[in-house]
Design a protein. Structure first.
Length: 181
């Protein structure tokens, strides 16, 4: 192959590239579309509530958590597997001591922030409640949202089954396991 044929091939490739660019520019001129001033669409929704006060009360009650239904989903065996995520920061054995987080042995039914040898966040110290099944469920869902100011940097357990399993496992690991709801 001589240099003249190579030049013809390169010229053909350049001609195709120029045609593609030219067609794109010509089509932009012919079919000019102005971009919107604000991106996106505005959706107008009229909110009409035809519910009576008693129906509104029923809606509020439906959003409350039924802990007995949630606890029925979990299993202790699955909770033991899921707790491995927690074991990096928490001890679950009796007299296991604190790690980065407080020891969780005998946590169900214990007052929040009550271990004397652990430095809790101010939010937990001021939270004057006990670790019930409901409290643990809410806290484990997303700790930073449930209790603002907590220093526990855990993303949470989104699945109800996972939370129920971990709570059952925590309940089992105590001197006096509480009866399930």
């Amino acid at each position: 192959m001589d240099s003249f044929e190579i030049n013809k091939i390169i010229a053909a490739i350049l001609l195709v590239a120029l045609l593609l660019i030219g067609i794109g520019k010509v089509s932009d001129v012919i079919f000019h579309v102005e971009s919107p001033k604000t991106q996106g669409y505005s959706v107008k929704v009229d909110q009409v509530s035809n519910l009576t006060d008693t129906q509104n009360d029923q809606k509020v009650e439906e959003t409350e958590v039924d802990i007995s239904t949630i606890m029925a989903l979990g299993s202790i065996e699955k909770g033991e597997k899921i707790f491995k995520k927690c074991a990096a920061c928490h001890s679950i054995v009796k007299d296991g001591g604190n790690k980065i987080g407080p020891a969780l042995y005998n946590v169900v039914g214990r007052k929040v922030g009550s271990l004397s040898d652990y430095k809790y966040s101010k939010a937990l110290l001021e939270y004057n409640k006990e670790w019930t099944f409901e409290e643990l469920n809410g806290y484990l869902k997303k700790p930073t949202t449930y209790l603002k100011g907590t220093k526990m940097a855990f993303a949470g357990l989104r699945k109800e089954e996972d939370r129920a399993s971990v709570i059952k496992y925590l309940n089992k690991n105590g001197d006096d396991p509480k009866p399930l709801p």
